[in-house]
Design a protein around this ligand. Structure first.
Ligand SMILES: [Zn+2]
Length: 149
């Protein structure tokens, strides 16, 4: 850490404490003896998403909220429901800093299935990359079977 007064490279930390999630450090220049304070952010580990094509991207909370919102458009699913689903995804990061995109998809699908079946089918149609009508009919007939149980 360079001294802001004389530009000398070597400064020492004389006091260190946490403040608002940041590290507040009181430093003293070993050249001119002047003191100054620095605030250093605590680095959060990057949350990574492993995609199907083996590429990796940073977890984008807003992107996930947007894709769920699209699926639940005009359906009885509240913003609170959406936030709960996103929290559910984030909690999967507790033990590691990466998750696959299909794991994220599954968490969203399991949650939506309980809240609103139309939103569930909509999200599945985008997330599961249906290529034909049969696979779409299959997921809907699965829902029907569950209702009869
Ligand atoms: Zn100095």
């Amino acid at each position: 850490m360079r001294c802001p007064f004389c530009g000398f490279e070597d400064t020492k930390v004389v006091d260190s404490r946490a403040a608002d999630g940041k590290k507040r450090r009181r430093r003293e220049c070993t050249n001119c003896g002047k003191r100054f304070t620095t605030y250093e952010s605590v680095e959060m580990p990057a949350l990574l998403v492993l995609k199907k094509d083996n590429s990796v991207e940073l977890f984008d909370k807003n992107k996930l909220i947007k894709s769920i919102s699209t699926a639940v458009n005009k359906r009885p699913v509240s913003i609170e429901d959406i936030n709960n689903i996103v929290e559910c995804v984030e909690s999967r990061y507790a033990n590691s800093n990466q998750i696959t995109s299909s794991e994220i998809g599954e968490i969203v699908l399991v949650s939506l299935k309980k809240i609103d079946q139309v939103s569930y089918v909509r999200f599945a149609s985008v997330n599961k990359d249906f290529n034909d009508v049969e696979s779409f009919i299959k997921i809907i007939s699965e829902l029907k079977n569950n209702d009869n149980e």
